[in-house]
Structures are given as structure tokens and as C-alpha cells.
Design a protein around this ligand. Sequence first.
Ligand SMILES: Cc1ncc(COP(=O)(O)O)c(C=O)c1O
Length: 463
Amino acid sequence: MTADADLLQRTTELALEFLEGLPHRRVGPTVPLEELRAALGGPLPEQGEDPLATVERLARAADPGLVGMAGPRYFGFVIGGHLPAALAADWLTSTWDQNATLYVSAPSNSVAEEAASGWLLEILQLPRAASVGFTTGCMMANFTALAAARHAVLARRGWDVETRGLYGAPEIDVVIGDEAHVTIHAALQMLGLGRDRVKRVPTDGQGRMETAALREVLKDRHGPLIVCAQAGNVNTGAFDPLDEIATAVREHAGWLHVDGAFGLWANASPALAHLARGAEKADSWATDGHKWLNVPYDSGIVIVNDPAAHRAAMTIAAPYLVQTEGRERDPFDYVPEFSRRARGFTVWAALRSLGRAGIADLVGRCCALARRFVEILRQEPGVEILNDVVLNQVLVRFHPLGGGDADAFTRQVITRVQEDGTCWLGGTTWHGVAAMRISVSNWSTTAADVEESAGAILRAARA
Ligand SMILES: Cc1ncc(COP(=O)(O)O)c(C=O)c1O
């Protein structure tokens, strides 16, 4: 066996130890920042050491600060785990170490991206001629889609934004819902469209954009227009009325972008697809592989129903690049990066290993488990469920039984649950009040995990 083989064998053992312990380990970190700094920091040694010693040291030093995010009882933010096939494909991706810029630099990845693109369009029920890019996450997917939108709405006015920039360009009206995800704001900021000059449309009690208010905002607008809607509110899981929004945006010849980081996956489940009705009428979509598809980080997906605009916004040319003339896919034509990880393999493996039925089952199961949380928690006096649980997100508020400050009490319950370590979940402020967020997005979560976690939450509320 070569030295490398010993190293990788031992690394496999370390990875398996972690994976075997994942369902049982404390979900949060077990040591404070200073201990992690002491274990991982210090001066760079003058002389290197045996790679095996380095890897052993890394595994030992990092372990207490690892969060059981990939495990079955992590309900914070919107975090998926890693499907076995996707994790294994990720190991191979690192081993193969392909720079997936061009077809010529990584042909297998290009074709895996091509195949995965077709499967994604089918499963998400989006136009089959749309182009797909594999980004680091949904934020960069939003960025890429909005760059394509910026290109298209200005090109229609005879303005080439890629060469001329925004100086002197016709003004673009950008319209978003009050509940747009923060990464939409970030993307607009990076694209020179401005975070604060956007027109915001009021949302209802679940965080859905009000169509009548949108129509009012659009009423006198005749210039270049981009509207950002949402499939799956990060707090409530609610969907903007996409069908109605699409009609309104079309009447103004605008570009409709849908941020569907996790919500777009409702379309993969026949029982849930009604929530995303009309999504297919948009011009661009952003979603994630690393959330509901349970691909390891990082994995985002951008889809644009105007491949020419998509490519125009992203393509770079240089004399030394052997770019194809359209027959093969050059992955960097669809994303903001140049050198990049071969992200096609993990998405390919996740989709292939689950199949259509497996994806529908994963999405449906997470939603059923979110409802199970509700069933258990709502029996407890003082517990209030703040949202209509239409998807995989639950918002919970805790009222102290003897009366008192429910905001402070809710935050206290969240801290206690985090300290207890049975599960991990975070908090938010929802329409002015403190709330606990529960997001069920992991393929390996079972009813038993939900019951154990709900038990920990109720213990924290009774303490
Ligand atoms: C609706 C929505 N959009 C965008 C994002 C950003 O996704 P990412 O963290 O993959 O960049 C999130 C993350 O939770 C989200 O929920």
C-alpha cells in the first residue's frame, strides 16, 4: 500500500466514525471558541509533518467544534444533510480534482451537469429549454439570475450592460416583496441595482406578496422591470401567489425571478406542487442542492428561461481558453466563477440515487414531520404555532404560564434547547414577535427524532 493509500484509509475510518456518531452526538459544539483557537491555531511550524499526523490532528482538534448539521436533529436555518450517494460523489469529486471551467478541462463534469440539468428541469417542472448553472448556493444563484435579468431588460432597450455598465443606462425598476430573502438584497447590491432603491410590495400574515399591492406598484411603470417573487418564505415556508404575479409582470413586459431556495422543491411532490402553481411562468429561478436535495455543501442551482441572456451575463472570453462552439457545455458560461469545483457530480448522484419517487418522498416526508412537531407542541399550554404549516417550516412562540414577557421567554427556551444539545434550532423575529424556527430538511430525520426533539423543546419550556 502506498503512503497515500494508508492516509486515505485512515481518513475513511475517521469519516465513518463521525458518520456513525452523527445521529447520537450532541448537535451543537462542545467547547468554547478559545479552546478551538488553542487546538487549531498557533504559529505555522517551520517544518511540515507527516500528512497522516496532520489529518489525525485536524480530526481531533476540529471534532469538538463540529456541529451535527448533517444529522437528523438539526432543525436550524434551512439545512439539508448529505445523501449517501451525494456524499460519496463528493469524495470522488475531490479525488478527481477537476477544474470544471470548460468542457475541455472536465468533460465528464460537463456531461454530468448536462444530464442533471435535464433531470432538474423535469422534476422542478420548469421549461425544458431553460439553461442551468451550478453555483455555490442560492445567493449566487439569485445573483446569476438577476444578472441575466439585468442583461435582458436592458438589451430590450438597446443597452449592452456588460460592455457599457450601468452609467447612463435606462433605469430599471426592481420590485420585491417585503419578505424577500436577504440574499436578494445582497444580489441587487452586487449588481449595482441598489438595495434601497427597490420598490417593496407589502406581504400578508404568512409573508406572501399581496398581488393587488403589486399591481398598484406596477401601475405606472413602463420601463425596464424586474420583479422578484418567492417560493418558500424562509420563516413560514409560504409561497407568493406566483400565478397571479406572473400574469401581472407579463402585462408590464417585465422579468419575473423566483427565489425558491427550498420551496421550489414542492414541485417535485404531486401532493405539494399546487403551492408553486405558476412558478413555471417565471423567467428565472434560484434554488439549492444543499438544502432539500441533501447534497453536501456547497451546491446551488440557477435556472434561466433565456439561455442567451444567461450566457451573455456570465460568459468570459480569453484567447487561451478553448471554448466550445455550442456543441459541448462549458460550465463557466452559466456561473460567476472561473476556476470551480465540479459541482455536477454530487447533484447528479443525489438525483440518480433518489429517482423521481425518492425525491417526492423526501419532500413529502419532511413536511409530514414538520406537522408532527406541530401535533406534539400545540398540545402544551402556552405554546403558539405562528404560521400555517404548509411546507417544512414551523414557527413557535412560548408564553410563560404565569404571564410575562413572551419574547424574552421564547428566546430563553431557544437558548435552553441549544444548551441541552438534543437538537439544534434557532430563533427569529416574525412580524414583531420572537419565535423559534423549526425547519425539517434532512433525509435521515425520523418520527422518533422529531418526538425526541419535541420532548427536549417541551422540557426547556417547562424548566
Ligand atoms: C428563500 C431563500 N433564498 C436564498 C437563500 C440563500 O441560500 P444559500 O444560503 O444557499 O446562499 C435562502 C437560505 O436559507 C433562502 O431560504
